[in-house]
Ligand binder design. Structure first.
Ligand SMILES: [Zn+2]
Length: 596
Protein backbone atom coordinates (compact mmCIF):
# COMPACT_ATOMS: atom_id res chain seq x y z
CA UNK A 1 0.00 0.00 0.00
CA UNK A 2 1.65 3.20 -1.16
CA UNK A 3 1.11 6.30 0.96
CA UNK A 4 2.37 9.82 0.22
CA UNK A 5 4.87 10.58 2.99
CA UNK A 6 6.19 14.05 3.75
CA UNK A 7 9.55 13.96 5.54
CA UNK A 8 9.91 17.43 7.03
CA UNK A 9 13.46 17.95 8.28
CA UNK A 10 14.34 20.77 10.71
CA UNK A 11 16.03 23.71 8.99
CA UNK A 12 19.73 24.19 9.89
CA UNK A 13 20.50 27.79 10.81
CA UNK A 14 22.90 29.44 8.35
CA UNK A 15 25.14 31.39 10.75
CA UNK A 16 28.03 28.92 10.47
CA UNK A 17 28.99 25.38 9.47
CA UNK A 18 27.02 22.56 11.13
CA UNK A 19 28.57 20.06 13.54
CA UNK A 20 27.90 16.38 14.03
CA UNK A 21 25.53 17.13 16.93
CA UNK A 22 23.23 18.98 14.54
CA UNK A 23 23.11 16.20 11.96
CA UNK A 24 22.51 13.58 14.65
CA UNK A 25 19.27 15.38 15.51
CA UNK A 26 17.68 16.26 12.18
CA UNK A 27 19.90 14.81 9.46
CA UNK A 28 20.72 11.13 9.69
CA UNK A 29 17.44 9.97 11.32
CA UNK A 30 15.30 11.71 8.67
CA UNK A 31 17.35 10.23 5.83
CA UNK A 32 17.37 6.67 7.21
CA UNK A 33 13.59 6.92 7.61
CA UNK A 34 13.04 8.35 4.11
CA UNK A 35 15.27 5.81 2.39
CA UNK A 36 13.41 2.99 4.11
CA UNK A 37 9.97 4.40 3.24
CA UNK A 38 10.96 4.72 -0.42
CA UNK A 39 12.33 1.16 -0.45
CA UNK A 40 9.04 -0.03 1.08
CA UNK A 41 7.18 1.44 -1.88
CA UNK A 42 5.91 4.77 -0.51
CA UNK A 43 6.08 8.07 -2.36
CA UNK A 44 8.30 10.28 -0.21
CA UNK A 45 8.85 14.02 -0.35
CA UNK A 46 11.81 14.99 1.83
CA UNK A 47 12.25 18.76 2.13
CA UNK A 48 14.13 21.36 4.12
CA UNK A 49 16.64 24.16 3.60
CA UNK A 50 18.75 26.69 5.44
CA UNK A 51 17.05 29.04 7.91
CA UNK A 52 18.55 32.43 7.05
CA UNK A 53 16.73 35.24 8.83
CA UNK A 54 16.96 36.67 12.34
CA UNK A 55 19.36 38.52 14.60
CA UNK A 56 22.10 35.85 14.89
CA UNK A 57 22.61 36.07 11.10
CA UNK A 58 23.00 39.87 11.35
CA UNK A 59 25.37 39.50 14.31
CA UNK A 60 27.56 36.95 12.50
CA UNK A 61 27.53 39.02 9.30
CA UNK A 62 28.83 42.05 11.21
CA UNK A 63 31.53 39.83 12.74
CA UNK A 64 32.67 38.56 9.33
CA UNK A 65 32.38 41.96 7.61
CA UNK A 66 29.68 40.69 5.22
CA UNK A 67 26.13 41.75 4.45
CA UNK A 68 23.41 39.51 5.84
CA UNK A 69 22.72 38.18 2.35
CA UNK A 70 26.39 37.45 1.69
CA UNK A 71 26.65 35.59 4.98
CA UNK A 72 23.51 33.58 4.23
CA UNK A 73 24.84 32.76 0.74
CA UNK A 74 28.12 31.60 2.22
CA UNK A 75 26.72 29.20 4.83
CA UNK A 76 23.81 28.02 2.70
CA UNK A 77 26.40 26.61 0.31
CA UNK A 78 28.64 25.18 3.03
CA UNK A 79 25.69 23.42 4.69
CA UNK A 80 24.24 22.12 1.40
CA UNK A 81 27.62 20.62 0.49
CA UNK A 82 27.99 18.98 3.91
CA UNK A 83 24.53 17.42 3.77
CA UNK A 84 25.20 16.16 0.27
CA UNK A 85 28.47 14.63 1.50
CA UNK A 86 26.55 12.82 4.20
CA UNK A 87 24.22 11.39 1.53
CA UNK A 88 21.00 12.96 2.85
CA UNK A 89 18.46 12.25 0.12
CA UNK A 90 16.47 15.49 0.04
CA UNK A 91 14.01 15.89 -2.79
CA UNK A 92 14.58 19.58 -2.22
CA UNK A 93 16.96 21.32 0.15
CA UNK A 94 16.44 25.03 -0.44
CA UNK A 95 16.57 28.19 1.72
CA UNK A 96 14.32 30.78 3.36
CA UNK A 97 15.52 33.74 1.28
CA UNK A 98 13.82 32.67 -1.96
CA UNK A 99 11.04 34.62 -3.64
CA UNK A 100 8.84 31.51 -3.40
CA UNK A 101 9.31 31.28 0.38
CA UNK A 102 8.40 34.95 0.85
CA UNK A 103 5.21 34.47 -1.17
CA UNK A 104 4.13 31.30 0.69
CA UNK A 105 4.83 32.86 4.12
CA UNK A 106 2.78 35.94 3.25
CA UNK A 107 -0.05 33.88 1.79
CA UNK A 108 -0.29 31.67 4.88
CA UNK A 109 -0.18 34.75 7.10
CA UNK A 110 -3.10 36.27 5.15
CA UNK A 111 -5.27 33.28 6.04
CA UNK A 112 -4.38 33.62 9.76
CA UNK A 113 -5.15 37.33 9.60
CA UNK A 114 -8.46 36.91 7.79
CA UNK A 115 -9.54 34.21 10.25
CA UNK A 116 -8.74 36.49 13.20
CA UNK A 117 -5.89 34.48 14.75
CA UNK A 118 -3.41 37.38 14.63
CA UNK A 119 -3.78 40.73 16.40
CA UNK A 120 -1.53 43.78 16.91
CA UNK A 121 -0.40 44.72 20.42
CA UNK A 122 1.96 47.35 21.78
CA UNK A 123 4.78 46.21 24.06
CA UNK A 124 8.07 47.46 25.45
CA UNK A 125 10.91 46.28 23.27
CA UNK A 126 14.68 46.60 23.60
CA UNK A 127 16.43 48.33 20.70
CA UNK A 128 20.11 48.70 20.05
CA UNK A 129 20.63 52.51 19.93
CA UNK A 130 23.48 52.20 17.41
CA UNK A 131 21.76 49.93 14.86
CA UNK A 132 18.06 50.48 15.53
CA UNK A 133 17.57 46.69 15.53
CA UNK A 134 15.59 44.73 18.09
CA UNK A 135 17.78 43.17 20.73
CA UNK A 136 16.32 39.72 21.37
CA UNK A 137 15.91 38.86 25.06
CA UNK A 138 18.80 36.44 25.14
CA UNK A 139 21.19 39.10 23.79
CA UNK A 140 20.60 41.29 26.84
CA UNK A 141 22.48 40.72 30.08
CA UNK A 142 22.26 42.39 33.45
CA UNK A 143 21.74 41.95 37.18
CA UNK A 144 18.86 39.73 38.24
CA UNK A 145 16.18 41.81 40.05
CA UNK A 146 15.30 38.73 42.15
CA UNK A 147 18.60 37.20 43.31
CA UNK A 148 21.14 39.88 42.38
CA UNK A 149 23.16 37.56 40.09
CA UNK A 150 25.02 39.81 37.66
CA UNK A 151 25.04 37.49 34.62
CA UNK A 152 21.28 37.12 34.17
CA UNK A 153 19.94 37.06 30.61
CA UNK A 154 16.93 38.97 29.35
CA UNK A 155 14.80 35.83 29.17
CA UNK A 156 15.90 34.08 32.36
CA UNK A 157 18.34 34.01 35.26
CA UNK A 158 20.57 30.94 35.18
CA UNK A 159 21.33 31.42 38.89
CA UNK A 160 17.84 31.42 40.41
CA UNK A 161 16.03 29.96 37.39
CA UNK A 162 13.33 32.65 37.24
CA UNK A 163 11.84 33.75 33.93
CA UNK A 164 12.62 37.43 33.41
CA UNK A 165 11.51 40.32 31.29
CA UNK A 166 14.52 42.24 29.91
CA UNK A 167 13.01 45.56 31.03
CA UNK A 168 13.33 44.34 34.67
CA UNK A 169 17.09 43.74 34.54
CA UNK A 170 19.28 46.09 36.57
CA UNK A 171 22.00 47.67 34.41
CA UNK A 172 20.99 45.90 31.18
CA UNK A 173 23.74 45.62 28.55
CA UNK A 174 23.82 44.30 25.00
CA UNK A 175 25.83 41.08 24.79
CA UNK A 176 26.68 42.01 21.19
CA UNK A 177 28.47 45.31 21.77
CA UNK A 178 28.05 46.22 25.44
CA UNK A 179 25.83 49.25 24.88
CA UNK A 180 22.80 49.99 27.06
CA UNK A 181 19.62 49.00 25.23
CA UNK A 182 16.83 51.50 24.78
CA UNK A 183 13.34 50.34 25.74
CA UNK A 184 10.69 51.74 23.43
CA UNK A 185 7.00 51.20 22.83
CA UNK A 186 6.66 49.12 19.71
CA UNK A 187 3.73 47.49 17.96
CA UNK A 188 3.89 43.84 17.02
CA UNK A 189 1.59 41.17 15.66
CA UNK A 190 0.74 38.31 18.01
CA UNK A 191 -0.48 34.82 17.19
CA UNK A 192 -3.44 33.95 19.40
CA UNK A 193 -2.12 30.59 20.63
CA UNK A 194 -4.79 30.18 23.36
CA UNK A 195 -7.40 30.03 20.57
CA UNK A 196 -5.91 26.66 19.61
CA UNK A 197 -5.71 25.06 23.06
CA UNK A 198 -8.77 22.93 22.54
CA UNK A 199 -8.12 21.78 18.98
CA UNK A 200 -4.47 21.09 19.81
CA UNK A 201 -5.54 19.08 22.84
CA UNK A 202 -7.92 16.85 20.95
CA UNK A 203 -5.41 16.37 18.14
CA UNK A 204 -2.59 15.49 20.59
CA UNK A 205 -4.82 12.95 22.29
CA UNK A 206 -4.86 10.98 19.01
CA UNK A 207 -1.04 10.94 18.69
CA UNK A 208 -0.58 7.66 20.53
CA UNK A 209 2.42 6.49 18.44
CA UNK A 210 4.65 9.42 19.44
CA UNK A 211 7.65 8.93 21.67
CA UNK A 212 6.08 9.33 25.15
CA UNK A 213 8.43 12.12 26.26
CA UNK A 214 7.53 14.26 23.23
CA UNK A 215 3.80 13.77 23.73
CA UNK A 216 3.89 14.43 27.47
CA UNK A 217 6.07 17.51 27.09
CA UNK A 218 3.65 18.95 24.51
CA UNK A 219 0.51 18.16 26.49
CA UNK A 220 2.00 19.77 29.61
CA UNK A 221 2.45 23.07 27.77
CA UNK A 222 -1.16 23.20 26.59
CA UNK A 223 -2.66 24.91 29.64
CA UNK A 224 -0.10 27.68 29.57
CA UNK A 225 -0.28 28.87 25.95
CA UNK A 226 0.03 32.63 25.59
CA UNK A 227 -0.13 34.94 22.57
CA UNK A 228 3.24 34.89 20.83
CA UNK A 229 4.85 37.70 18.81
CA UNK A 230 5.29 36.86 15.14
CA UNK A 231 7.04 40.13 14.16
CA UNK A 232 10.23 41.91 15.23
CA UNK A 233 11.88 45.29 14.80
CA UNK A 234 14.54 44.16 12.34
CA UNK A 235 15.37 44.83 8.70
CA UNK A 236 16.34 41.24 7.82
CA UNK A 237 13.31 39.02 7.28
CA UNK A 238 10.09 38.50 5.35
CA UNK A 239 8.01 41.72 5.06
CA UNK A 240 4.51 41.78 6.59
CA UNK A 241 1.85 42.08 3.83
CA UNK A 242 -0.45 44.58 5.60
CA UNK A 243 -0.98 48.29 4.97
CA UNK A 244 1.25 50.32 7.28
CA UNK A 245 3.57 47.30 7.75
CA UNK A 246 4.46 46.36 4.19
CA UNK A 247 6.92 49.20 3.64
CA UNK A 248 8.08 49.72 7.23
CA UNK A 249 11.85 49.22 7.02
CA UNK A 250 12.16 47.78 10.53
CA UNK A 251 9.13 45.46 10.70
CA UNK A 252 9.62 41.88 9.57
CA UNK A 253 8.24 38.48 10.50
CA UNK A 254 10.03 36.88 13.43
CA UNK A 255 12.45 34.23 12.15
CA UNK A 256 10.68 31.29 13.83
CA UNK A 257 7.44 32.20 12.05
CA UNK A 258 8.86 32.13 8.54
CA UNK A 259 11.12 29.13 9.22
CA UNK A 260 8.35 26.67 10.20
CA UNK A 261 6.35 27.69 7.13
CA UNK A 262 9.40 26.54 5.17
CA UNK A 263 8.09 22.96 5.16
CA UNK A 264 5.19 24.13 3.05
CA UNK A 265 7.13 26.60 0.91
CA UNK A 266 9.83 24.01 0.13
CA UNK A 267 7.12 21.54 -0.93
CA UNK A 268 5.61 24.21 -3.19
CA UNK A 269 9.02 25.08 -4.64
CA UNK A 270 9.75 21.40 -5.29
CA UNK A 271 6.42 21.08 -7.16
CA UNK A 272 7.05 24.20 -9.22
CA UNK A 273 10.47 22.87 -10.20
CA UNK A 274 9.00 19.53 -11.34
CA UNK A 275 6.74 21.38 -13.77
CA UNK A 276 3.54 20.34 -11.95
CA UNK A 277 2.80 23.25 -9.62
CA UNK A 278 0.13 21.25 -7.73
CA UNK A 279 2.30 18.17 -7.13
CA UNK A 280 2.93 19.22 -3.48
CA UNK A 281 -0.74 18.81 -2.56
CA UNK A 282 -0.79 15.02 -2.31
CA UNK A 283 1.82 15.26 0.49
CA UNK A 284 -0.27 17.76 2.48
CA UNK A 285 -3.81 16.41 2.34
CA UNK A 286 -5.20 14.74 5.45
CA UNK A 287 -4.69 11.37 3.66
CA UNK A 288 -0.93 11.87 3.57
CA UNK A 289 1.51 11.28 6.40
CA UNK A 290 3.89 13.94 7.68
CA UNK A 291 6.95 13.06 9.78
CA UNK A 292 8.95 15.89 11.34
CA UNK A 293 12.57 15.34 12.46
CA UNK A 294 14.49 17.59 14.85
CA UNK A 295 16.57 17.92 18.01
CA UNK A 296 14.65 18.16 21.29
CA UNK A 297 15.15 21.93 21.62
CA UNK A 298 12.74 22.30 18.68
CA UNK A 299 9.84 20.14 19.86
CA UNK A 300 7.52 22.98 20.84
CA UNK A 301 7.70 24.54 17.39
CA UNK A 302 6.66 21.29 15.72
CA UNK A 303 4.18 19.85 18.23
CA UNK A 304 2.32 23.07 19.14
CA UNK A 305 3.26 26.19 17.19
CA UNK A 306 3.40 24.87 13.62
CA UNK A 307 0.19 22.84 14.20
CA UNK A 308 -1.42 26.08 15.45
CA UNK A 309 -0.47 27.89 12.27
CA UNK A 310 -1.90 25.01 10.25
CA UNK A 311 -5.12 24.97 12.28
CA UNK A 312 -5.45 28.74 11.89
CA UNK A 313 -4.81 28.50 8.14
CA UNK A 314 -7.40 25.74 7.97
CA UNK A 315 -9.92 27.82 9.96
CA UNK A 316 -10.01 25.15 12.65
CA UNK A 317 -9.25 26.98 15.91
CA UNK A 318 -11.74 28.45 18.44
CA UNK A 319 -12.58 31.32 16.10
CA UNK A 320 -13.39 29.08 13.16
CA UNK A 321 -12.79 30.59 9.73
CA UNK A 322 -12.19 29.46 6.18
CA UNK A 323 -9.28 27.46 4.82
CA UNK A 324 -6.75 29.72 3.09
CA UNK A 325 -5.25 29.50 -0.39
CA UNK A 326 -3.53 26.18 0.36
CA UNK A 327 -6.73 24.31 1.21
CA UNK A 328 -6.94 22.11 4.30
CA UNK A 329 -3.38 21.22 5.33
CA UNK A 330 -2.40 18.06 7.19
CA UNK A 331 -1.07 18.27 10.75
CA UNK A 332 2.06 16.27 11.69
CA UNK A 333 1.57 12.51 11.86
CA UNK A 334 4.57 12.30 14.15
CA UNK A 335 7.13 14.62 15.68
CA UNK A 336 10.35 12.58 15.90
CA UNK A 337 12.74 14.30 18.23
CA UNK A 338 16.26 13.27 19.17
CA UNK A 339 18.04 14.11 22.39
CA UNK A 340 21.47 15.78 22.30
CA UNK A 341 24.76 14.36 21.14
CA UNK A 342 27.23 15.68 23.68
CA UNK A 343 30.97 15.71 24.12
CA UNK A 344 32.41 15.12 27.58
CA UNK A 345 28.90 15.66 28.92
CA UNK A 346 28.33 19.08 27.31
CA UNK A 347 26.46 20.16 24.22
CA UNK A 348 28.65 20.71 21.19
CA UNK A 349 29.37 24.40 21.25
CA UNK A 350 31.37 26.57 18.89
CA UNK A 351 31.70 29.25 21.54
CA UNK A 352 33.34 26.86 24.00
CA UNK A 353 35.42 25.20 21.28
CA UNK A 354 33.86 21.77 21.83
CA UNK A 355 32.91 20.98 18.30
CA UNK A 356 33.39 18.48 15.47
CA UNK A 357 32.34 19.94 12.14
CA UNK A 358 30.60 17.70 9.60
CA UNK A 359 33.07 18.68 6.90
CA UNK A 360 36.16 17.66 8.91
CA UNK A 361 34.54 14.40 9.81
CA UNK A 362 33.51 13.50 6.25
CA UNK A 363 36.92 14.32 4.83
CA UNK A 364 38.72 11.90 7.14
CA UNK A 365 36.16 9.16 7.81
CA UNK A 366 33.53 9.29 5.05
CA UNK A 367 29.77 9.43 5.49
CA UNK A 368 28.74 5.88 6.38
CA UNK A 369 30.82 5.53 9.54
CA UNK A 370 29.12 8.63 10.97
CA UNK A 371 25.67 7.52 9.77
CA UNK A 372 26.23 4.16 11.44
CA UNK A 373 27.50 5.66 14.69
CA UNK A 374 24.53 8.03 14.97
CA UNK A 375 22.09 5.19 14.18
CA UNK A 376 23.53 2.60 16.53
CA UNK A 377 24.92 4.77 19.34
CA UNK A 378 23.29 8.18 18.83
CA UNK A 379 20.98 10.22 21.08
CA UNK A 380 17.73 8.52 20.06
CA UNK A 381 16.27 8.31 23.58
CA UNK A 382 18.73 10.12 25.85
CA UNK A 383 21.62 12.54 25.70
CA UNK A 384 24.62 10.57 24.51
CA UNK A 385 28.32 11.34 24.64
CA UNK A 386 30.34 11.12 21.44
CA UNK A 387 33.75 9.63 22.18
CA UNK A 388 36.46 8.81 19.66
CA UNK A 389 37.07 5.56 21.50
CA UNK A 390 33.49 4.43 20.88
CA UNK A 391 33.61 5.63 17.28
CA UNK A 392 36.79 3.65 16.59
CA UNK A 393 35.39 0.58 18.30
CA UNK A 394 32.11 0.65 16.33
CA UNK A 395 33.90 1.29 13.04
CA UNK A 396 36.59 -1.35 13.49
CA UNK A 397 34.66 -4.14 15.17
CA UNK A 398 31.18 -3.75 13.73
CA UNK A 399 31.62 -2.19 10.28
CA UNK A 400 35.06 -3.51 9.29
CA UNK A 401 35.33 -6.85 11.19
CA UNK A 402 31.71 -7.95 11.16
CA UNK A 403 30.03 -6.51 8.06
CA UNK A 404 33.01 -5.72 5.82
CA UNK A 405 34.64 -9.05 6.57
CA UNK A 406 31.47 -11.05 5.90
CA UNK A 407 31.11 -9.44 2.47
CA UNK A 408 34.79 -9.80 1.72
CA UNK A 409 35.25 -13.44 2.60
CA UNK A 410 31.98 -14.62 1.05
CA UNK A 411 32.61 -12.91 -2.28
CA UNK A 412 36.35 -13.76 -2.27
CA UNK A 413 35.81 -17.48 -1.74
CA UNK A 414 33.10 -17.65 -4.40
CA UNK A 415 35.28 -15.67 -6.79
CA UNK A 416 38.33 -17.87 -6.14
CA UNK A 417 36.55 -21.23 -6.31
CA UNK A 418 33.81 -20.65 -8.86
CA UNK A 419 34.33 -17.17 -10.37
CA UNK A 420 30.58 -16.62 -10.06
CA UNK A 421 27.61 -17.07 -7.73
CA UNK A 422 27.73 -20.83 -7.01
CA UNK A 423 24.83 -23.24 -7.48
CA UNK A 424 23.30 -24.68 -4.30
CA UNK A 425 22.32 -28.34 -3.84
CA UNK A 426 20.59 -30.13 -0.96
CA UNK A 427 20.44 -27.41 1.74
CA UNK A 428 20.94 -28.54 5.34
CA UNK A 429 18.95 -27.44 8.39
CA UNK A 430 21.71 -24.93 9.21
CA UNK A 431 21.47 -23.36 5.74
CA UNK A 432 17.70 -23.08 5.96
CA UNK A 433 17.76 -21.66 9.50
CA UNK A 434 20.12 -18.86 8.47
CA UNK A 435 18.12 -18.04 5.32
CA UNK A 436 14.92 -17.94 7.35
CA UNK A 437 16.49 -15.65 9.91
CA UNK A 438 17.57 -13.12 7.29
CA UNK A 439 14.20 -13.21 5.51
CA UNK A 440 12.31 -12.76 8.79
CA UNK A 441 14.43 -9.71 9.60
CA UNK A 442 12.78 -7.65 6.85
CA UNK A 443 9.51 -7.38 8.78
CA UNK A 444 11.19 -6.65 12.12
CA UNK A 445 13.71 -4.10 10.84
CA UNK A 446 11.09 -2.49 8.59
CA UNK A 447 8.60 -2.09 11.41
CA UNK A 448 11.23 -0.48 13.61
CA UNK A 449 12.28 1.90 10.83
CA UNK A 450 8.70 2.92 10.12
CA UNK A 451 8.42 3.89 13.79
CA UNK A 452 11.83 5.62 13.84
CA UNK A 453 13.28 3.03 16.24
CA UNK A 454 16.68 3.25 14.60
CA UNK A 455 18.78 1.53 17.26
CA UNK A 456 16.48 -1.47 17.36
CA UNK A 457 16.41 -1.60 13.57
CA UNK A 458 20.16 -1.49 13.00
CA UNK A 459 20.74 -3.90 15.89
CA UNK A 460 18.45 -6.48 14.28
CA UNK A 461 20.15 -6.07 10.90
CA UNK A 462 23.55 -6.57 12.52
CA UNK A 463 22.29 -9.72 14.26
CA UNK A 464 21.80 -11.23 10.80
CA UNK A 465 25.40 -10.27 9.96
CA UNK A 466 26.70 -11.91 13.14
CA UNK A 467 24.69 -15.05 12.50
CA UNK A 468 26.13 -15.29 8.98
CA UNK A 469 29.69 -14.91 10.30
CA UNK A 470 29.08 -17.63 12.86
CA UNK A 471 27.59 -19.84 10.15
CA UNK A 472 30.70 -19.47 7.99
CA UNK A 473 32.98 -20.23 10.94
CA UNK A 474 30.92 -23.33 11.79
CA UNK A 475 30.55 -24.59 8.22
CA UNK A 476 34.18 -23.90 7.20
CA UNK A 477 33.69 -23.83 3.41
CA UNK A 478 37.48 -23.36 3.04
CA UNK A 479 37.95 -26.95 4.30
CA UNK A 480 35.55 -28.48 1.77
CA UNK A 481 37.95 -29.01 -1.15
CA UNK A 482 36.81 -32.62 -1.41
CA UNK A 483 33.12 -31.77 -1.44
CA UNK A 484 32.62 -28.90 -3.90
CA UNK A 485 28.85 -29.37 -3.91
CA UNK A 486 28.62 -28.73 -0.17
CA UNK A 487 31.16 -25.89 -0.39
CA UNK A 488 29.12 -24.22 -3.13
CA UNK A 489 25.90 -24.61 -1.16
CA UNK A 490 27.49 -22.93 1.86
CA UNK A 491 28.87 -20.10 -0.28
CA UNK A 492 25.55 -19.65 -2.03
CA UNK A 493 23.80 -19.43 1.33
CA UNK A 494 26.35 -16.91 2.61
CA UNK A 495 26.02 -14.75 -0.51
CA UNK A 496 22.23 -14.80 -0.27
CA UNK A 497 22.45 -13.56 3.32
CA UNK A 498 25.00 -10.91 2.31
CA UNK A 499 22.50 -9.73 -0.27
CA UNK A 500 19.66 -9.66 2.28
CA UNK A 501 21.76 -7.94 4.95
CA UNK A 502 22.87 -5.37 2.41
CA UNK A 503 19.24 -4.48 1.72
CA UNK A 504 18.53 -4.30 5.47
CA UNK A 505 21.53 -1.99 5.97
CA UNK A 506 20.93 0.21 2.90
CA UNK A 507 19.02 2.98 4.74
CA UNK A 508 21.91 3.30 7.22
CA UNK A 509 24.87 2.71 4.88
CA UNK A 510 23.74 3.81 1.41
CA UNK A 511 27.26 4.41 0.05
CA UNK A 512 28.61 1.05 1.22
CA UNK A 513 25.39 -0.62 0.01
CA UNK A 514 26.08 0.49 -3.55
CA UNK A 515 29.55 -1.11 -3.31
CA UNK A 516 28.17 -4.38 -1.93
CA UNK A 517 25.54 -4.43 -4.69
CA UNK A 518 28.36 -4.19 -7.23
CA UNK A 519 30.53 -6.74 -5.39
CA UNK A 520 27.63 -9.18 -5.79
CA UNK A 521 27.74 -8.57 -9.54
CA UNK A 522 24.89 -6.06 -9.59
CA UNK A 523 24.83 -3.10 -11.97
CA UNK A 524 23.03 0.25 -12.03
CA UNK A 525 22.03 2.50 -9.14
CA UNK A 526 21.18 0.66 -5.92
CA UNK A 527 20.89 3.60 -3.52
CA UNK A 528 20.80 7.00 -5.22
CA UNK A 529 22.70 9.91 -3.73
CA UNK A 530 21.70 13.58 -3.69
CA UNK A 531 23.31 16.03 -6.10
CA UNK A 532 23.73 19.79 -6.05
CA UNK A 533 22.04 21.74 -8.85
CA UNK A 534 22.67 25.45 -9.38
CA UNK A 535 19.23 26.95 -10.00
CA UNK A 536 17.68 30.33 -10.74
CA UNK A 537 15.22 31.72 -8.21
CA UNK A 538 11.72 31.07 -9.58
CA UNK A 539 10.48 34.56 -8.72
CA UNK A 540 13.59 36.75 -8.57
CA UNK A 541 15.36 35.61 -11.70
CA UNK A 542 18.51 37.66 -11.12
CA UNK A 543 19.34 35.42 -8.14
CA UNK A 544 20.64 31.87 -8.20
CA UNK A 545 21.55 29.36 -5.52
CA UNK A 546 22.45 25.70 -4.98
CA UNK A 547 19.76 23.15 -4.15
CA UNK A 548 20.06 19.53 -3.09
CA UNK A 549 17.90 17.12 -5.03
CA UNK A 550 18.07 13.66 -6.60
CA UNK A 551 16.37 10.87 -8.53
CA UNK A 552 15.43 8.39 -5.85
CA UNK A 553 12.60 6.59 -7.61
CA UNK A 554 12.93 3.99 -10.34
CA UNK A 555 14.87 0.72 -10.45
CA UNK A 556 16.63 0.83 -7.11
CA UNK A 557 16.81 -1.18 -3.92
CA UNK A 558 13.46 -2.47 -2.68
CA UNK A 559 12.62 -3.68 0.81
CA UNK A 560 12.55 -7.38 0.00
CA UNK A 561 14.78 -10.43 -0.23
CA UNK A 562 15.81 -11.00 -3.85
CA UNK A 563 17.16 -14.42 -4.87
CA UNK A 564 20.74 -14.08 -6.02
CA UNK A 565 21.32 -15.19 -9.58
CA UNK A 566 23.34 -18.40 -9.93
CA UNK A 567 26.20 -18.02 -12.40
CA UNK A 568 26.47 -14.25 -12.15
CA UNK A 569 30.22 -13.47 -12.45
CA UNK A 570 32.00 -12.20 -9.32
CA UNK A 571 35.16 -10.10 -9.22
CA UNK A 572 37.70 -10.05 -6.42
CA UNK A 573 36.22 -7.61 -3.87
CA UNK A 574 37.91 -4.58 -2.35
CA UNK A 575 37.57 -3.91 1.40
CA UNK A 576 34.32 -2.18 2.36
CA UNK A 577 35.58 -0.25 5.40
CA UNK A 578 39.13 0.72 6.28
CA UNK A 579 40.10 0.00 9.86
CA UNK A 580 40.99 3.06 11.93
CA UNK A 581 44.22 3.42 13.87
CA UNK A 582 43.44 2.42 17.45
CA UNK A 583 45.41 5.44 18.71
CA UNK A 584 42.68 7.66 17.29
CA UNK A 585 40.45 6.37 20.06
CA UNK A 586 42.76 7.87 22.69
CA UNK A 587 43.40 11.28 21.23
CA UNK A 588 40.93 12.00 18.43
CA UNK A 589 42.23 13.44 15.17
CA UNK A 590 44.54 16.43 15.26
CA UNK A 591 42.09 18.73 13.56
CA UNK A 592 39.45 18.46 16.23
CA UNK A 593 39.65 21.72 18.20
CA UNK A 594 38.56 20.06 21.41
CA UNK A 595 38.73 22.25 24.47
CA UNK A 596 36.83 21.17 27.56
ZN1 LIG B 1 18.27 35.42 39.60
Amino acid sequence: MSTPVLTAVAWPYANGPRHIGHVSGFGVPSDVFSRYMRMAGHRVLMVSGTDEHGTPISVQADKEGLTTRELADKYNRVIAEDLQGLGLSYDLFTRTTTGNHYKVVQELFQALWRNGYVAPKTQLGAISPSTGRTLPDRYIEGTCPICGYDGARGDQCDNCGNQLDPADLINPKSRINGETPKFVETEHLFLDLPAFTESLGSWLSTRTEWRPNVLKFSQNLLDDLRPRAITRDIDWGVPVPLDGWRDAPMKRFYVWFDAVIGYLSASVEWARRTGDADAWKEFWTPDAQGYYFMGKDNIVFHSLIWPSLLLGQNGAGDKGGEAGAFGTLNLPTEVVSSEFLTMSGSKFSTSRGTVIYVRDFLRDFGPDTLRYFISVAGPENQDTDFTWEEFVRRTNFELANEWGNLVNRSVSMAHKNVGAVPKPTAPTAEDIALLNQSKAAFAVVGDNLRRSRFKAAVGEAMRVVSAANKYLSDQEPWKRKDDPERRDTILHTALQVVSDANTLLTPFLPHAAQKVHEALGGTGVWSAQPRIDEVTDLDETERSYPILTGDYAGEQAKWESVDIEVGRPLEKPTPLFAKLDAALGDTGPEWAPIVT
